[in-house]
Ligand binder design. Structure first.
Ligand SMILES: [Zn+2]
Length: 77
């Protein structure tokens, strides 16, 4: 059984998985750093909200592929 795993836009199989884990790690790291700088309220609030958004986005993006050829983002088939 063959699984079609090429880009739906240009048909290239030269794609990479979007590093959703990196986004999640950066998000968590950002939250951690922001908590350390909690005395600077505006800065830390921006950092924490951005970190949460980044972590949530990484979960949402899980399993997506990015075509190296044309930049098309598509779901793993
Ligand atoms: Zn493509």
């Amino acid at each position: 059984m063959e699984i079609a795993n090429e880009c739906p836009n240009c048909g290239s199989d030269n794609y990479k998985s979007r590093g959703s884990f990196y986004f999640f790690a950066i998000g968590v790291l950002l939250i951690g750093i922001s908590f350390k700088f909690l005395i600077y309220i505006p800065f830390s609030l921006i950092g924490i909200s951005f970190g949460i958004i980044l972590s949530l986005t990484s979960i949402f993006l899980k399993g997506r592929k990015v075509c190296k050829n044309c930049g098309q983002v598509f779901k793993k088939i």
